[in-house]
Write a protein that binds this ligand. Structure first.
Ligand code: MRU
Length: 352
């Protein structure tokens, strides 16, 4: 993504490995400050994921991949490093997918660093393909509602929900995005709005509770959300508040799409009720900008994700096309390669 650092435009990814450190855009400081955090060992990488300096399922996956590469460079045991990373955040599937990817590559004798670089490049390629697949849903004047941040910051680059938006914008289409602020950590207001502003896409931030209002008034044509883990039947865990939007979209006959890379699909879970839901600190709910915003004797609950049943989802936009949730099983098989054109037959030599 193109960003301005110290007044200079730079092309940055969300996370990369350089000079013996995993470097990442510190998302806790955006949109006010663009600061690069340097995680110098495996523990600092794990803490960056836990404290949400880096967040968004695919970005967490790539950070874990680089974290394992760093651990290997520093002579650490890969399996122990993987165990530590698996404990950071439980809901997003990409974390576990990326860890397996690197462990398997290492078992086959590949350098974990090379495998991590390939993992990150593949994530970018998937997002680019998602953009091509999803852009056809965005026409001139389409009004889109989104939640949380499924942009470049939530992936290695480009984003999932942001990919079709970027592709549609590149094709010269004008459209409008309602960004729900996403309490309690404001990924919508702070991060998605920042990405849209950088891209010059028209948008407005709304409070989470306003989604029903705009859906009921016919002011939303399409809902696009990301995903943290998709079960085999299409049930989808995403940022808390997604489920309410899906139900409201169906009630108001507005198509609701999940936009995700196949790395987010967990075929080992038949349905969404087994997806582990992270419960974060109540302090995130009770405090606003560091100030207590509730009676000091009141407790709070803070589930970070909810599960939207597949019946509310019209389609899942992946790098392999748009599928109804009931047809996800088709993605279990590896993509079919384009057939090589038939070679012209050699003229038979005449026997003499
Ligand atoms: O708690 P977060 O900020 O990591 O949650 C992120 C989301 O819920 C995103 O919507 C999801 O990871 C999709 S990112 C392409």
């Amino acid at each position: 993504m193109r960003v301005v650092v110290d007044g200079e435009p730079r092309e940055l990814r969300t996370v990369w490995l350089e000079d013996g450190a995993v470097k990442l855009i510190d998302q806790r400081r955006l949109p006010f400050e663009l600061r690069i955090l340097e995680a110098r060992d495996l523990e600092e990488v794990a803490q960056a994921i836990e404290d949400m300096a880096v967040r968004g399922a695919p970005a967490i996956g790539a950070t874990a991949a680089y974290g394992l590469a760093l651990a290997h460079l520093q002579g650490k045991d890969l399996k122990e490093a993987a165990d530590r990373l698996r404990k950071t955040r439980p809901t997003g599937h990409d974390l576990f997918h990326a860890i397996e990817y690197i462990l398997q590559a290492a078992e086959k004798g590949e350098d974990p660093r090379a495998a991590a670089e390939r993992y990150a490049d593949e994530d970018v390629a998937r997002c680019r393909a998602i953009g091509v697949a999803g852009a056809k849903l965005i026409r001139e004047g389409t009004r889109i509602l989104t939640h949380c941040n499924a942009g470049a910051l939530a992936t290695v680059d480009i984003g999932t929900v942001m990919a079709p938006l970027r592709a549609a914008k590149a094709r010269g289409r004008r459209f409008f995005v309602y960004v729900s602020e996403t309490r309690p950590r404001l990924q919508g207001a702070r991060l998605t709005a920042w990405e849209l502003a950088q891209e010059g896409i028209e948008h407005a931030i709304i409070v989470d509770g306003a989604s029903g209002h705009f859906l009921a008034r016919g002011e939303v044509d399409l809902v696009l959300v990301g995903a943290d883990r998709i079960a085999a039947n299409g049930d989808t865990a995403n940022k808390i508040g997604t489920y309410a939007k899906a139900v409201l979209a169906k009630e108001n006959r507005v198509p609701f799409y999940v936009v995700a890379s196949t790395s987010t699909i967990d075929f080992s879970l038949p349905s969404g009720d087994k997806i582990p839901i992270e419960e974060r600190s109540p302090q995130e709910v009770l405090h606003f900008e560091g100030t207590l915003a509730a009676p000091k004797e009141s407790p709070a609950r803070n589930p970070a994700f909810d599960v939207t049943p597949a019946k509310y989802i019209k389609g899942i936009i992946t790098e392999r096309g748009i599928l109804p949730p009931g047809q996800l099983a088709r993605l279990r098989a590896p993509p079919r390669r384009a057939r090589a054109p038939a070679r012209p037959r050699k003229a038979r030599r005449k026997r003499d």
